[in-house]
Ligand binder design. Sequence first.
Ligand code: ACM
Ligand code: ZN
Length: 753
Amino acid sequence: MHITKTAFILFFMAVSLATHSSYGQSDELQIIPKPANVVVKEGIFTLNNRTGIAYDETFQVSAGFLRNYITSGSSIDLNGKASIHFIKETALPNPESYILDIEPSQIKIMASTDKGAFYAVQTLRQLLPPSFENGTCEKNDVAIPAMYIEDSPEFPYRGMHLDVCRHMFSIDNIKTYIDAIAMLKFNTFHWHLTDDQGWRIEIKKYPNLQKVAAYRTETLIGHYNTEPQQFDGKRYGGYYTQEQIKDIVAYAQSRHVTVIPEIEMPGHAQAAISAYPELGCTGKKIDAATKWGVFDDIFCPKDATFEFLQDVLDEVLELFPSEYIHIGGDEAPKTRWEACQHCQTLIKNKGLKDEHELQSYFITRIEKYLNSKGRQIIGWDEILEGGLAPNATVMSWRGTNGAVEAAKLNHNVIMTPNSHLYFDYYQFDGDGEPLAIGGYIPLEKVYNLNPIPDGLTEEQAGYVLGAQANLWTEYIPTFDQVTYMVFPRILALSEVIWRNPKNKNYNEFAARVENFQNRLDVLGINYANHLNTITGSMSPNGFVLKTPILNKDIYYTLDGNLPQIHSKKYTAPIPIMGNTHIKAAVFEDNKQVSSVFSQSINHHKAFGAKITLNPLPHKTYSGSGAEGMVNGISGSSSRYGDKEWIGYSGEDVEIVIDLGKKTKINTIETRFYHAPGQWIYAPKSVEIGFNGSSSKTVTLHPTDDLMANLKIDLKKTKSRFIFIKVPNFGIIPEGKQGAGHRAWTFIDEIIVN
Ligand code: ACM
Ligand code: ZN
């Protein structure tokens, strides 16, 4: 923490002004991401036609943005006497820091750079009525409460990613996306431009990229895991011209957003190889992929390939001034390289150990090329395998291990863990969500992320540049759905990377999200709203109902009827004495404002029993802990990430249930999730034992695409203890997603009757 002159000033003001606050303690300032320091002062500044803006050329972008925002948002023309001043202030923690000092007589925006001032303007924007967003503010005098804000980002890299290969979005859509991220003080747009299903950037030297690689013959319908797979029979594709890309880059620049292009190599290259088969190992003609996943046909590391990629990058560098260029590096199966004469000779000649070192050779060679042009590479965490290129920044997506490993090697890292920041995953554990790839990352989970992974020293933590959410668009065909998946989770991410609140208060944050929805409504941005949604959980005192925003009125029934305003009002956990069905809803002004929450609780013989799990579940998928395995509540039948499933990465599991006394047991039931597309496999068999009798092994068969049910009839066994051994499925077979890795195991409620 740097002690600056302004920090001192702020401290002084805090002391002198705290008593004059016009905002009560509970009246949080409605700004997202929440500024670091705010002191509310007495009085208001009035924005009207007597207002004008003064700035020098340092602040052209930010002042221009503010002028345009106000004049197009209202009839206020800003031709009055200068009372909004942009002032250069160098004594601030970093170039993105700002001070926004609103007094009744003037507004001062202080920053050392235009970037800092731009963020002051975004804060000021949120102090104006949402009607400015679409030019419908009809007021001639707009009151802004006087306050002093000193604000500064915690992380220098604040990114949002968008995949335009699986589905493509218009230039206007991309601009809306950039507008949205800039509003929330993100500074990077990671544009995923090439993949197996389509090449989306015009490269003039290679016309087949436009003619061939930009199109696929058809697209998978429905979920990848649904058998048999079906296709729509419709040609799909297109690409962005270099003129369009220049337009986007300039547009982003005028919002202080850097566009980082991603050109995938050596994997996810099937579309490129469809246009130029000689870039692959086999030389055979293939088509751009029509479904999702990981494909074997990757770039062959021969001179012609490097020439192609360098030519491509030459044109990319002309279009994108970004220091960083993303070169992919993820999910490159080595199948073709293993069988390729050229690849094998290259491994020998270069003294490489294996295909992983060949990938490292590939990436390092490209890095050298880009470094020679004054650029740096970013790659997905697989670029650690076989040796990290000397100057590479690692984007950690498979959890956080890649980040820890890279930071320990003194490499910069960017956090995009698929446990918290894959916004293509489900955000709500209930009906009505659009089809998604899988997973479950609700708003609260994003909000609770700490971008600094465990296991780093303070110095190593310094290599964490920031974080980014990824939006892969396999299941996202429209831009309305893009924003639905992004909002409101991006609000949580903005908070986590701008300030990473030390004392997180999700309920307080959720209330600000609810307020922010007014702005999104006016902006016409489609978003998910689960803020009134009731969630339930078992506690030692009974069943707890809550909503993200506190103090909502919840009414419930236990008789199967729909809840009404006359039903019982929820005030304390509901005691569970037998099989119970709870239905609940939120009411506001006598109107139901939530969907109906419905939960059956199975009061079986192991309900609330003592249970131990060895080992403990993976910390990202720990469900409701061991107790959650016997809490009477089964997990979702379509999503493994909810709080009733527990997940293990590759481990064998031993479960012991203590029923407290010798008990007659007729049946034991549970479910194992089975989603090979997500590396999740039901065990091949399970072993069940009791005290005083020999154990028995039960073979399992997944009964449908997603589930393997286990039901054991025991013919009145008597036992106090139940021992369940769940061996991991083992190594994922060749040809499947995640081949070569150990499978995940997901286990549901264990029901004993
Ligand atoms: C990735 O999700 N394959 C980076
Ligand atoms: Zn090859």
